[in-house]
Design a protein around this ligand. Structure first.
Ligand SMILES: [Zn+2]
Length: 358
């Protein structure tokens, strides 16, 4: 079968390869991939920053934002059947306490593996094999948008955890700010709007780009940092109850603590791989957090619970804003036309690699 693979830790090694089609076994399902989304993680693996091949392999098949259709199942498989649309989760557990209880996103040891990233082949291939435990069935009416489910799970987990944490007090959030207007930021804006909050999306790009149009179509306000200083947001918006940070900038992540409102919560989701040091108003921020009962927490990856929740949210978003999710996919590249440039393309919102017909 055709697949897109890298030689891990080797810059610009992403290429189309011929790889063996996985062989079906009794407990597995063979999935024909429909499409995969490309994200910054894939680009960083291609840049050689991280990525790990499966044991015994000198290449790693990329791809973790996936959608496919079950083609064949093993004799003991009951949970999915041929023809089912499925999205596979990404992380696979090690033997720590949390992993052993279905929460590999909360892994204690760090010996987990991740398909397309760390120690396991990904989904940018014509086929993959998986056990039903890691396959999320998707209703047929979501076929054209379900490639967004994996990035949406980051939002689902962040918000679910934020609301869970805020059970510590009487809390009626009204205003949310999302930093970053990439796929995760925009999906966070939709999710917060769906909860009925007033939402402002703050990002680098000027107003008028597709990213701002998507935010505004969901009823969010859009501010470019070219037009407004982050410090001025509370004056503009009033008390900020929730912040979802998805810019990739540690500076912005720290800045959220300077503008968060009383009793508020800041959800930090940017994986900042660099080594940046910044000046930070520590006394002011600490005092604000103490006197304002504030919480900031980090969130990474997502277990099956958040995929199941995400399926419901995709259907809800489709109902609230018909056609809006389709606008996220700004470039579709057939598998055979893959080049490294596709991974580096920063225009638009989401690029997908199209592998087979829906
Ligand atoms: Zn673990």
């Amino acid at each position: 079968m055709k697949a897109i693979a890298v030689t891990p830790r080797t810059q610009n090694s992403a290429r189309l390869i011929d790889a063996p089609t996985p062989a079906l076994h009794e407990h597995g399902a063979l999935v024909h991939v429909i499409r995969c989304g490309i994200c910054g993680t894939d680009a960083e693996i291609n840049q050689g920053l991280y990525g790990e091949a499966p044991r015994g392999s000198d290449y790693l098949i990329l791809g973790h934002e996936n959608l496919g259709r079950v083609e064949q199942v093993g004799a003991s498989v009951r949970a999915v059947k041929p023809g089912d649309l499925v999205v596979a989760t990404v992380r696979r557990p090690d033997d720590c306490h949390n992993c052993s209880h279905g929460e590999s996103d909360m892994c204690l040891k760090g010996d987990y593996s991740e398909r397309g990233i760390k120690g396991l082949h990904g989904y940018l291939a014509e086929y993959y094999l998986e056990v039903p435990e890691y396959l999320i069935p998707v209703p047929p009416e979501l076929v054209d948008v379900a490639v967004l489910l994996e990035p949406l799970t980051i939002v689902e987990k962040g918000l679910w955890q934020a609301y869970k944490i805020q059970e510590r007090l009487m809390w009626e959030p009204r205003t949310a700010v999302v930093f970053g207007a990439g796929t995760v930021g925009l999906l966070a804006a939709l999710a917060l709007r769906a909860k009925g909050l007033t939402v402002a999306v703050v990002a680098l790009s000027p107003r008028g780009t597709l990213n701002s149009q998507i935010a505004e179509a969901a009823g969010a306000q859009y501010f470019s940092t070219q037009d407004i200083s982050i410090d001025d947001l509370p004056k503009k918006l009033g008390r900020i109850d929730v912040i979802f940070e998805a810019t990739g900038s540690s500076l912005v992540a720290m800045k959220t603590l300077e503008i968060l409102g009383v009793n508020g919560i800041s959800i930090l989701s940017s994986v900042t791989g660099g080594n940046k040091t910044v000046q930070f108003p520590a006394d002011v921020v600490n005092q604000r957090m103490v006197l304002g009962n504030m919480v900031a927490f980090g969130t990474v990856n997502a277990n099956r619970r958040y995929f199941d929740m995400g399926v419901g949210s995709l259907a809800q978003f489709q109902k609230l804003w018909p056609g809006l999710l389709m606008r996220f996919v700004t470039r579709r590249v057939p598998l055979a036309d893959f080049t490294i440039e596709v991974l580096e393309d920063r225009n638009g919102v989401k690029t997908t690699i199209e592998i087979s017909k829906e």
